[in-house]
Design a protein around this ligand. Structure first.
Ligand SMILES: [Zn+2]
Length: 115
């Protein structure tokens, strides 16, 4: 099966699997004490779906992705949009990479603060 743009990249795998640096995941494994989104407030769980589709920290990046996809992304539409268009796939992979890098940096600084 030759499907070049269908190769799931490292960051994308992390984002789509819900692992990586999401606080809900970190907390579950004892690496963080809170699971709420530091930007959107308590009561909002920082998981993959929040960060990808809702978190205001990534509004700008999400807008760029949606501009390329030509429509708003949602849990139901993201993967079909990616599979339908290599450019959307690329843009989504880039979006995922930015999210993970940003969350990693935040996690590091939280850890430095608490020692
Ligand atoms: Zn948020």
């Amino acid at each position: 099966m030759e499907r070049k743009h269908g190769q799931v990249d490292f960051y994308l795998t992390l984002v789509l699997s819900g692992h990586g640096c999401f606080r809900s995941y970190l907390k579950r494994f004892g690496h963080d004490t809170e699971e709420s989104c530091p930007e959107c407030g308590s009561g909002i769980t920082e998981d993959a779906s929040h960060v990808i589709f809702d978190c205001r920290r990534f509004d700008e990046e999400r807008d760029e992705l949606e501009a390329i996809a030509g429509t708003a992304i949602s849990v139901d539409t993201l993967v079909p949009l990616m599979l339908a268009d290599p450019r959307t796939w690329e843009a989504a992979a880039e979006f995922a990479a930015k999210l993970i890098r940003s969350l990693r940096a935040l996690e590091r600084s939280r850890r430095e603060q608490t020692g």
